[in-house]
Each structure stands twice: as C-alpha cells, then as structure tokens.
Design a binder for this molecule. Structure first.
Ligand SMILES: Nc1ncnc2c1ncn2[C@@H]1O[C@H](COP(=O)(O)OP(=O)(O)OP(=O)(O)O)[C@@H](O)[C@H]1O
Ligand SMILES: [Mg+2]
Length: 344
C-alpha cells in the first residue's frame, strides 16, 4: 500500500546540514497497522510527514496505493492526499468550531453540500462515540474526546491510509487504551491501513502487526511484532523493549547471579516463547529429560495481538553435555534461546 524508496531528508540547521533520514526503504502492506518506533529525535515525525508529502523528501520516492506521489503534478497530488488522513499528538482542533464543525471542515473545504456533509459526519461521530457531544466546543471536552474528534476528522474524506503521529502520547493509560481500541476497530471495520508512530513499545505490542525501529534517521530493524519481541537484534530495539519485557535483571539478582556464574555454577539464559510454547510444559520437560536445575530469575508471560508470549531469564545448571543438548531441544521446540555469557 505504501512504498518508501531510498527516502532521505536533509534540513539546513544552524551549524550546517542535518540529515534527519538516511536512505529509508519500507514497504507497508495494505490493511495492516504498521508501527514506527524510535527515541526522541530519531526522525519518526519527519518520516511520517514524507508519506503524505507534508514535507517533500530531499531524495527518494513515495508510492501510495500505486500512485507515485513524488512524481505527481500539484492538482493530482492534492487529490491523492485526500486518501491519506492524519491524526496528531495535540489534536489540532479549531477552538471556535464545535465537534461537528471540526469534523465537517475538510468536507466544507472540498466544497461538499450541507446535506451530504451531515450524512458523512453523523455516522463518523457515531463510530467514534461522540454523537452526544457533537455541539460542544473543544474547550469543553476531554483529551481522549478531542482525539476522537481528530480521528473522525481524519476519516471524513474517506481515506485509505491513516497516519497517526503519537496520537496517544498526551493521554493517560486508560484513555490511550480506548483510543488504541478505536484505531484497531477502524482498521478492522473500514479496512484502513494505519501507520502509527510512537515511542512506546507498549503501543506497538497492543495494536501493531509489523514494526520498524528508527534510530538516528535509519531503519535499524523491521519485522512482524511477535518476531521482533522474540528476537530483537538491535541495541535500540532491546532498550525500547526494556519497558515491556524483562530484559534487565533486578540489581540484587544480578549480584547473586554474577557470583554463581563466576563459580561455574550455571549459565544464564534468556528464553522467549510465543504461541503454543507458553502453554506446553516445555521447561519442566527439559529439566526432567536432561537432569538440569533451572532457577527462574525474572520474567513474564504476556500477550501480543492475542498470542501468548513469554520471556524468562533463567540460571541453568547441570552437566555441560546435557545442558548443550537441552538448549538444542528447546530450540527445536521453537523457544528462542539466548546464551548470556555475562550478566547484563
Ligand atoms: N524543519 C526542520 N528543520 C531542521 N531540522 C529538523 C526539522 N524537522 C526535524 N528536524 C530534525 O530532524 C531530526 C528528527 O526529528 P523528528 O521530529 O522527526 O524526530 P521524532 O523521532 O519525531 O522525535 P520526537 O519523538 O521527539 O517527536 C531532529 O534532529 C530534528 O531536530
Ligand atoms: Mg515526533
């Protein structure tokens, strides 16, 4: 649905050029919720603004729904842009207009007639749960409700793609949850492709199908969310994952484990499992089969997109040959085994 080819973005900074994006290549499939995550300044907003050419990239090609946006003349570009809706962190509502009028604005600008506007806006307000508040002004609704207005407005021109730049960052956890649920529902019911920018791995875990990790203007990792959670490859991904899965051992545990490893009393492993692996008693079977001792130090069992997911740090002790065979067995069972030779 969205193809970004060799996208670079260069800005004139106070002390020379700033390369905000370097040779970004991404292919975002239709109908998915695609997450883009990265630390502050990584280039997330810059990247999402190139998708609708709100900012034209210094180099590269943007193709949305088969249309090469970067090559279109102004008029055709304006039309193509109507198929791309956008929601913002700070909602960007007009305070002098009611909820209804805010959602109607893009339609008025497009010259739509009053009756048609009503026929479009009212069902959208119903969809986002704001029918009762349609005549209120933004000053008198909550942050979560403002974002619902922002989403309804973005949907007014019936886009095929919705871009969301930190749409939940200004909201509390419960309101975040409800907005994410709404985005999921829109994705499912309207078949909209959603590109969701966030700095929170929790958001990626809850709603995204695929994720790209951006660091210093480059895509450092990309894949299905479950795969990235099971086998994060880049240090930045691991750091971002640290918020939601237990990568880091608590410091008291660390000290104790370091002494045991030093004394040759075990090996530190990180085990990650998805789907069936969580439900089957693989660990106890491994322990029995290979006569090992597993001391579970830290971990959790959780859910990603409805699939069970587990991550455990264990200190495994036993015959070196048996231990080796056990790791092989675990990998055969689909468990991702990481041998941590030093205590992190
Ligand atoms: N218009 C601009 N002119 C100059 N530099 C810019 C401009 N827009 C962005 N930058 C720079 O590009 C880099 C990426 O910025 P961007 O806003 O895309 O980051 P971000 O990942 O969205 O960060 P945040 O999580 O804080 O929103 C930063 O170094 C920023 O200072
Ligand atoms: Mg940003």
């Amino acid at each position: 649905m969205i193809e970004l080819r060799h996208i670079s973005q260069r800005f004139a900074g106070p002390s020379g050029w700033v390369d905000a994006l370097h040779d970004i290549n991404l292919s975002i499939p239709a109908g998915q919720i695609f997450g883009i995550i990265g630390r502050s300044g990584a280039g997330k907003s810059t990247l999402v603004r190139t998708i609708n050419l709100l900012a034209r990239p210094s180099a590269g090609e943007v193709v949305v729904d088969g249309k090469p946006l970067t090559a279109l003349p102004a008029q055709q570009l304006r039309e193509a842009r109507r198929e791309i809706g956008m929601v913002f962190q700070h909602f960007n509502l007009l305070n002098s207009r009611t909820v209804f009028e805010n959602v109607a604005l893009p339609l008025e600008l497009a010259g739509m007639k009053r009756a048609e506007i009503e026929a479009t806006v009212l069902p959208l307000l119903e969809l986002v749960g704001l029918t009762a508040l349609k005549d209120r002004y933004p000053a008198r609704i909550s942050g979560g409700q403002k974002q619902r207005v922002g989403i309804a407005r973005a949907l007014a021109s019936r886009p095929k793609v919705l871009l969301s730049d930190e749409a939940t960052s200004a909201l509390d956890p419960e309101t975040t949850r409800s907005i994410l649920d709404l985005l999921k529902r829109i994705n499912r019911e309207l078949g909209l492709t959603i590109v969701l920018i966030t700095h929170q791995m929790e958001v990626i875990k809850d709603v995204c199908d695929r994720v790209a990790v951006l660091d210093a203007g480059r895509v450092v990792e990309e894949g299905e969310v479950v795969d990235v959670f099971l086998k994060p490859r880049h240090a930045v991904t691991r750091a971002l994952l640290g918020d939601v899965i237990a990568h880091e051992l608590p410091s008291a545990v660390k000290a104790r484990v370091a002494a045991q490893i030093e004394a040759g009393e075990g090996q530190l492993l990180r085990l990650a499992f998805a789907g069936g692996g969580v439900d089957r008693p693989i660990l106890s079977e491994t322990i029995r089969r290979y006569e090992l001792d597993f001391n579970i130090l830290h971990g959790q069992v959780d859910e990603i997109q409805g699939r069970a997911f587990g991550s455990l740090a264990v200190l495994a002790d036993g015959e070196p040959r048996q231990l080796k065979a056990a790791l092989h067995f675990l990998r055969e069972q689909g468990v991702v085994v990481e041998e941590l030779s030093h205590v992190q």
